[in-house]
Design a protein around this ligand. Structure first.
Ligand code: MRU
Length: 349
């Protein structure tokens, strides 16, 4: 990856300066000895909060995607170690075992193990130091996402000449996927607040519908014009001239700029390249995994075939049908126009 030193970080400032639409309440936080979080499985029909008082409850919430999205998983990992440290104040070994279990709950998002490790380093100082570090992770996540998304909004205003902009996005990268505000959807918020956004096409995001359920919920909440788009219609929307740029998030970014993100991102990138449409990834630095030279080393989570063979609990396939159900794919760096973090803009050489 090449951090593009030549880019002017102030370009586009006039268009987006001073805007600050509300990010809403925090998606995940610490409250009096427990982790409190929005139950993302219940949305959009029910807004339910979960109170997680054990590490087992946290791991269950992560695995059934009640907590999801890479930055939110980083916060969950940090808070999970803080929770364990408070439950086992005199037993650091028990905390280390819990930390390993939390970090392994989902393998693809770099932020989960990153959040766990970052606060675990404070364990020798005691439970309160671990909690203080976890709180710092949460505060930094919100700041990082606001800054990365502001930079991304400026970049797409440079890259795309049409006004107002029509953006396509995949999965959910908003406040629900982070502690607050969001990454790619945070950039959408910036563009909307600056009056530079026409509409969003939100890929439904098969099979768990993070786009149809969560991105649509957040866009409706923010009063931003949108339509939900079957994943399979994204290329057609581009071919019909309905998309000016693609904004997505990331779960893990390798050193060469290959990006793991929600399954279906790679075909969107292929279609965008075919149509000459900028494809921009927005993520905090904590999503970078520079230990991996390229995306071939990224561990891809495979999920329960029932997520594909069933819809809303009802079977849609003949009994006994198997399913290929990777939760993520890897988009090669050469299909990515730019990766924007809170500190840098990377462009493929
Ligand atoms: O399986 P999920 O819902 O956790 O997958 C989430 C994604 O792929 C997001 O695009 C990614 O984590 C970035 S969120 C800012």
């Amino acid at each position: 990856m090449d951090a593009s030193a030549g880019m002017d970080p102030s370009a586009g400032m006039d268009a987006t300066a001073g805007m600050d639409a509300s990010a809403g309440p925090r998606t995940i936080d610490w409250d009096a000895g427990a982790i409190v979080t929005v139950d993302q499985v219940a949305l959009p029909h029910e807004h339910r909060m979960l109170r997680l008082g054990t590490v087992d409850q946290l791991i269950d919430a992560i695995q059934r995607l009640a907590i999801r999205g890479a930055p939110a998983l980083g916060a969950a990992g940090a808070l999970g170690v803080a929770l364990s440290a408070h439950l086992h104040a005199d037993d650091p070994e028990a905390v280390r075992i819990d930390a390993d279990r939390i970090a392994a709950a989902r393998p693809t998002a770099a932020n989960l193990a990153w959040g766990v490790q970052r606060v675990l380093d404070r364990l020798p100082e005691g439970a309160d130091a671990v909690l203080a570090e976890a709180r710092a992770v949460l505060a930094e996540d919100e700041r990082a996402n606001r800054e990365a998304s502001r930079r991304a909004a400026e970049l797409v205003l440079e890259l795309c000449s049409r006004r107002p902009l029509r953006v396509l996005t995949h999965c959910n990268t908003g406040r629900l996927a982070t502690v607050a505000w969001g990454t790619a959807l945070g950039a959408v918020r910036h563009l909307a607040a600056a009056g530079q956004l026409d509409y969003v096409l939100a890929d439904e995001t098969r099979p768990l519908l993070q786009g149809a359920r969560l991105t649509a919920y957040e866009l409706a909440e923010a009063g931003i014009r949108y339509r939900v788009c079957p994943d399979s219609a994204a290329a057609t929307a581009m071919a019909q001239g309905l998309v000016d740029c693609v904004l997505v998030g990331a779960d893990r970014i390798a050193a060469n700029g290959d990006v793991a993100n929600k399954i279906g991102t790679f075909p969107v990138a292929l279609a965008a390249a075919r149509h000459g449409i900028p494809f921009v990834v927005v993520a905090p630095e904590s999503t970078l995994d520079l230990s991996l030279p390229d995306g071939s080393g990224i561990v891809i989570e495979h999920r329960d075939p029932a997520e594909v063979t069933h819809f809303d609990g009802q079977p849609v396939t003949p009994a006994g049908a198997g399913a290929f159900n990777p939760a993520f794919d890897v988009t090669p760096a050469d299909l990515i126009t730019a990766i924007v973090t809170e500190t840098r803009i990377y462009r493929a050489p």
